[in-house]
Structures are given as structure tokens and as C-alpha cells.
Design a binder for this molecule. Structure first.
Ligand code: GLY
Length: 354
């Protein structure tokens, strides 16, 4: 997989102008959803090349991450006479960067694209690392390709358009990155002050560190054969909680489900791999304070377990695959955990978060 360049902006206009002019392209296209068209495009529209670019706008939310929307983007590129030397900029959250990246990777067998993520979740996760795709047949990210953007441009300015819940949702992936890296990074993250107005400059420094952690992992294992599985920490139980919540009246944001999944999976790490109790408690109390609790009871355990058995990260239908930790940064992939142990970790969640 080609390398992608991550640019943590000092000056968005200059940095973006430099990146665009470093490409030899014939036509520039910019993909937004209706939300980023309204709130984020105006932030960069004073750049001449952006003013002249052909705009393609799709609907917001994951429900639009479909084959139909993908075909619409292909059609706009084709009718706009895009060639193999055209350039696409994806301006948006994970839905836009995933779908736009896949559209670019497949149009005329691949054109270059730049990601400008506008949510914290996409800055630290979706836009970085080359996973692109769409949902299909009721399954998330069922069709896709590993195709890195040539550049990912990150500026916390865009985060000012987000509400607290969407900031915290992305922050859960940063916590995960802290847990798989170093004590210092993890400590900085659980000390970050969300009580007063968010200090976006300090947050941007933490975002830079977080993206670097993900980049290092992806560089070693771009196609998720080994160490990239460390990025799944918190996600086996997290995805089950997310799917379960989608059937309720109050669906949870992805990052909230990951944060709650981290509580249970750090407990599993404690009983299976001796993960330190004190770090488990400190992380759980940060999550309780900032994410609240997703309510379920022991009556729901079987349903949650059923969701876990469908996780596409499992290597066989008989066992559920976990990434666990022996300590911060001490990663143990492909850990098999019994149903009883999973239920015990859900008990821990209910008792601790209650
Ligand atoms: N979101 C996890 C990964 O990029 O591998």
C-alpha cells in the first residue's frame, strides 16, 4: 500500500494550497455531504482552486453509504469528464472519506484523492490508514478496498462545528490509541480537561500524537494480518453494544460503544493477561464520567453474545476473536475468550458503570 502523508495544519489555507499545487491534475472535484457543504466548505472556499472545483454533494449519515450513492459519485465524475489524472478531495466525516476514497480507488481503476476529515472520529481513525468502502446487504463496510489517500489534512478548526457527543465519540478511539501505545500518552488523555470550553489547540496536539500511533501500526501491517488488529481493542464488545443499541430508540454513537467496550475488554485483559487493576479502574472511571452508561441487563447477554459471533474479525464461526492487553502497549492479538468470561466482563461493566 502506498504511504499517505499526514499534515497537521498550522495554517489550513497555506497547507491545503501547497498540497493541491503539489499534485499534477487536470480537474479537481470536491465531495461533501449536505452538512459539510454548508458548514465546512465555506472554511476553505477562499482558496482559488477550491472555488473552481466541481462540487459533488451526497446525503449525510451512514444510511447513505450505499452502492446507489457510490454510483452517483461515479456518475458525477464521469459526467464532469474526470480522467485518470483528476484529483478528488473528500471533505467530511468517515462516511464521506470511506465512500469518496472507494469511489476514487475504483474510478478508471484509481485516481488520487486527498482526505480532509471534519469529525474527530474521522481525523483519528476513518480518514487515516487506507480503509475505504460502503455498506452492502445490511452489513457495514461489506464492500471496499485498502486504498490510502495521498494526503490527509487535519485541522481542529473543523471540530468547532461538532457537538460534545461527537467530540467524545472520536476521543474514544484516541483513548484506544493511548492504551495500545504508552503510559505517557494514556495519562495525557485521561487528564484532558473537558469541564470548561475545549482547548482546540491542545486537542490538536493530542490528535497529532494519536494519528502517529495509528500510522505506525498501519505501516507495519496495512492489510490487517497481524498487529493492525490491535486497533480493534474495545471493538468486539463495542460493536455488539452498537448493534444492540441500533435496535433501541436511542442508538449510540460508534465511539460511545467503543468506550463502553473498552471497559469490558480491559476487564478481560485483567483476568486473562494480568492487565493492571489500577489502570482498568482509572480508565473505567474516566469513561463513566464522560460517556455515562449504556443500559442493558443480564437478560441481554445472550443477544450481545450473538452479535459478537457475527463480528467479521472472527477467524472461525466457533470462536470470538479479541485483542487484549497485558499492560499499556503490551498488545495480545487473537485471544480466544470463553462465553463465561465474556459474561463476567459484562457483569463487571454493569457493576462498575451503574
Ligand atoms: N479502524 C480500525 C482500522 O483502521 O484498522
Amino acid at each position: 500500500m502506498n504511504e499517505q502523508k499526514i499534515i497537521i495544519c498550522n495554517n489550513l489555507k497555506n497547507d491545503l494550497e501547497n498540497v493541491i499545487s503539489s499534485h499534477k491534475y487536470d480537474k479537481l472535484f470536491i465531495l461533501t455531504d449536505s452538512h459539510t457543504y454548508r458548514y465546512c466548505l465555506p472554511i476553505i472556499e477562499n482558496i482559488d482552486s477550491i472555488k473552481e472545483a466541481t462540487k459533488i454533494t451526497i446525503g449525510v449519515e451512514d444510511t447513505n453509504k450505499t452502492l446507489e450513492t457510490l454510483a452517483y459519485v461515479w456518475l458525477k465524475l464521469s459526467n464532469g469528464r474526470a480522467t485518470r489524472h483528476s484529483l478528488l478531495i473528500n471533505l467530511g466525516g468517515g462516511m464521506v472519506t470511506d465512500l469518496g476514497g472507494f469511489a476514487a480507488a475504483t474510478f478508471k481503476r484509481g485516481i488520487s484523492f486527498i482526505n480532509i476529515p471534519t469529525t474527530l472520529l474521522s481525523m483519528v481513525d476513518a480518514a487515516v490508514g487506507g480503509k475505504t468502502g460502503i455498506n452492502f446487504n445490511g452489513l457495514k463496510n461489506e464492500i471496499g478496498a485498502f486504498a490510502p489517500a495521498s494526503e490527509v489534512i487535519i485541522d481542529s478548526e473543523f471540530l468547532k462545528t461538532l457537538d460534545y457527543e461527537n467530540i467524545m465519540s472520536g476521543y474514544a478511539e484516541m483513548l484506544k490509541h493511548g492504551l495500545i501505545s504508552t503510559h505517557d500518552n494514556w495519562k495525557e488523555l485521561i487528564k484532558f480537561n473537558f469541564d470548561n470550553e475545549i482547548d482546540y489547540k491542545s486537542l490538536q496536539i493530542l490528535i497529532g500524537k494519536s494519528v502517529e500511533i495509528k500510522e505506525k501500526v498501519v505501516e507495519q501491517d496495512p492489510c490487517e494480518k497481524g498487529i493492525r488488529k490491535s486497533l480493534n481493542l474495545g471493538h468486539t464488545i463495542g460493536h455488539a453494544l452498537e448493534s444492540f443499541s441500533l435496535q433501541s430508540e436511542h442508538p449510540s454513537l460508534h465511539g460511545y460503544a467503543v468506550a463502553w467496550g473498552l471497559v469490558s475488554e480491559l476487564y478481560l485483559s485483567h483476568i486473562k493477561a494480568d492487565f493492571p487493576k489500577e489502570i482498568l479502574w482509572q480508565t473505567a472511571s474516566f469513561i463513566k464520567e464522560h460517556y455515562g452508561k449504556f443500559n442493558f441487563s443480564c437478560k441481554d447477554y445472550d443477544k450481545l453474545y450473538e452479535f459478537m459471533t457475527h463480528d467479521k474479525k472472527n477467524e472461525s464461526s466457533e470462536s470470538i476473536n479479541f485483542t487484549l492487553l497485558g499492560n499499556i502497549g503490551d498488545i495480545k492479538i487473537n485471544q480466544v475468550v470463553s462465553k463465561e468470561e465474556i459474561f463476567e466482563s459484562l457483569d463487571f461493566y454493569c457493576e462498575t458503570m451503574g
